[in-house]
Structures are given as structure tokens and as C-alpha cells.
Design a protein around this ligand. Sequence first.
Ligand code: GDG
Length: 481
Amino acid sequence: MASQELHDLVVVANRLPVDAKTLPDGATEWVTSPGGLVTAMESVMRNVDSAAWVGWAGSPGEAPEPFRADGMDLYPVSLDATDIEKYYEGFSNATLWPLYHDVIVDPAYHRTWWDTYVSANRRFAKAAAAVTAPGGTIWVHDYQLQLVPEMIRSERPDVRIGFFNHIPFPPVELFSQLPKRNQVLRGLLGADLVGFQRESDTLNFLASVRHLLGYQVDQRTVTVPGIGAVEPRDVIAGTFPISLDTQAVTELTEDPEIKERARQLRHDLGDPENVVLGVDRLDYTKGIRHRLKAWGELLNDGSIDPRETVLVQVATPSRERVDAYRQLRDEVELTVGRINGDHAPIGRPAISYLHRSFNRRDMTALYMAADVVLVTALRDGMNLVAKEYVASRPDLRGVLVLSEFAGAADELRAALLVNPHDIDELKSAALRALSMPEEEQEEMMTSLRRQVLDHDVQSWAKHFLDELEAVGEPAPPSAPI
Ligand code: GDG
């Protein structure tokens, strides 16, 4: 168990980077979930004397006591059934998520959701403020916790606060729809540095601050006016595109067992000439319906022969208690069933649809087995699948079809960029990818890999924390609140 010591660096995210595993004797073991953020944090945490992570442990009810896992001190925050319904599934995932992703589905607004969002944010803020050393640094992550920076600041004006938004920040015309929009902006402006994935997100945020709050914005610097004894302060907004632990991906691609698994996968699919892959959380932002529509049409008009070309679609279960997600699953599965019914050869699918999670090794084997990956997001903060595919192809083979609405499109300019709303364009991009000569694939992959391998997640985290370090001295610990 971790002592309640004070830490120089504290990460705050909705989820702790661990999953509970129940052992045969009924005891709980914590297994770290190997996400990109954990890897990034591990690399920066190694360089500070004492680092910690504050977040929800994943099950409703009372939070477990603080504990250590893989060298990190973890501080669980409790969320009860009402918090999960109103703060997490409600305001975070049925209000903010669709609004921040271009209202692909209608955002729902309920006043009680907001109240619970505020109280849950306060719990995270208090937990972080309590474990941060004087003059320490707190890094808050993502849209579920937008009020946390200001809440921490009011309690701990002595600490440096950074905020990073993993999802897009919408244009002011859309953001203005959000009830409590000004409270959200003020919450974010409690940070010293607010980071976004794309330049357009940063500019959208600054435009909202200027238009809705009327604060002075000079290039990247917002001046938050002082009130009473509190001095005006500067907040910097910046663009920090997230990336992968490319070293870890490279190691997986060199593993003979995974190479063999990739060969086996193709064999299991009937050794088709072409394997096309989609990997997404089953989320309406990912453009899975558009992809299936294009694929169904290509099969209908005979442009693709299902005996030669198979589409593998991994659709990882996600947010299954939120209405729009249940509906999406039904629609996707109906469409896949229809397409397979119409086109699959006997004993083999035209679309191999996998509604479950795979481990990292299997995911890498899938990327290595795929001739084409389709990323057709209608809006996506970054989209790590696009980068993972590129990092998994040291053989320089394969083609990435990438939506221009994914943040990754800003960096991966060499991919076949598409507007996924244009089904004809999607169809021609898929056909072009399938017929791309090897030299052209090599050229594309070389250029994409240069971009991905030169910018790993460790340098992303370091860059953010270095900028945060540089944004001026916070108030001394004794400063009045
Ligand atoms: C948010 C933003 C931004 C998927 N299925 C399985 C599996 N995955 C992994 C992928 C990838 C990750 O999950 C998904 O990341 P994405 O970036 O594609 O999308 P979101 O989950 O929406 O993430 C996004 C990201 O935050 C980071 O800032 O890029 O825009 O929306 O790594 O490989 N992993 C395993 N099994 C699966 O079945 N092991």
C-alpha cells in the first residue's frame, strides 16, 4: 500500500491505469493496463523523485485504499452508481463526447448530469491536491475532468497545472451549445498550460475563450483577469499531437511468434489475396457505418471479389450502457450480417467481424497481416490505430487509408487521405490501396514511418511537461487563495 506521501508529479485521469483481477481465493490483484498514456507517464515518472496517479479504479462504490502497482503510487477516487450514470455515461459520454465530435449524434443535456459532473470533478481535484508536494506539478487528462484545473488552483495556488484534451475541441459555433459552457472554459483556464491534439483544436479553444468569456488572447496566451486580491494570470494553449511507444511496437514486430501468428491469421482467413483491416472501439465517431456502406457497394458492383479480398473488422466493445452505442452496435451487426449473407463464399466470411478485445500481440499480428488499413473516423482527436499500423510495418508494405477528420491526418500526410462522408471517394481510395504497386507502398510507408518513429509518446509527454515547466513560476506556497 502507498503511504499518503506528497508527490512532485501527479497525473489525474478518469481511470487509473490498472484493472482489477479476482484471484481464485477471492482476493483482488491489480494488473496495469498497458495503454499509451501509462507508457508515456512511466517514462517521465522515472525522471522525477516521486510520482503518483489519481483516478477511478473501475468498479462502482467505495474506492480501494491507495496502493502501488508497477512502481507507481495509485490513489483511487470513488464513483458510485449515480456518478457513473450521470458524470461518466451522462455528461461525459452523452453530452460532451458527441458535442466535441461535431454532433455526429445529438448531445443530451440534463441538469442533474451537470451537478454530478461538478461533484465528481471536485472529488478528483481534492484527491490530487491532497497528494501533491509544495510547488509540484499536476497533469490533468481529458474531457471528463475539465473543471479539475480550476478546482485544484483554488486549493493549491502553489502548484503547476497542465491539462491535455485527448479528443477534439469543437468550433465555437458548436461549443456555444453547451449549457454551462463558460464554467467549462473557466475550469480549463485554471491550468497554466492547456494542450490539444491538433492545431485546429487549439485555435477553436482560443476562439471560444475570446468570444464567450471576452478574455484577452494574444497568439497562444490567454490573460485571465484578476478578481480582488487575485492577480491576472497567463494561460498558454498549445498543440501536442500524441503518439505511441514505438519501441514497444518495434519489439513486437520482431518477435518470431507474432510474425508466425500474422501468417497464420491470413491462412485462417482462407489465404485471400488481400486482407483489409479496420480496428476501432465500437463508437459512432469512428465512421464504421460509412466504411461498411462503401464495402457493401464495392461487393455489390463487383469491384471486389469476396474470394480474393476479406475485410476484418475489430469492433472493441465500448460504453454499452449508453443508448447511441447500443443502437450503433445493432446497426453495424445488421449491416455485417446482410453483407455476409449476400456475398460470403460458403464457409468463409466476406467481413470477419470481431466484437471483442484482443491482446497487444494479436493486434500487432493483425496489423502485420493487413495489406490495407481503413481509418474512416468522422471526427477523432488523434487515432492511434493509424500510427500503430505504420509502426507495425518495418517491411514497408501496406497502405493506410486515413480520414482527414482524424488528428493523425495532420502528421500522416503521405497516407491516402479521404473524406469518409464521400462514399464514392472512400470506394476509390480502397480500390487504389488494393492495387497500389509495391514501390509506391514502400515510398508511402517510408515517409509515414519517419513521422511516427521520430515522435514517440515519451517525447510527447516530455515536450508537454517541459512547456509546462517553462510557463512561469506559480505562486509561492504561502500565497493567499
Ligand atoms: C482517445 C481519442 C486519441 C482497440 N481495440 C483493441 C485495442 N485497441 C486500442 C488501439 C489503440 C486504442 O485502443 C484506441 O485508440 P484510438 O486513438 O484509436 O481511439 P480512442 O479510444 O477513441 O482514444 C483518440 C486517443 O484518445 C489518445 O489520445 O488518439 O482520438 O478518441 O491503441 O490499438 N487494444 C487491444 N485490444 C483491442 O481489441 N489490446
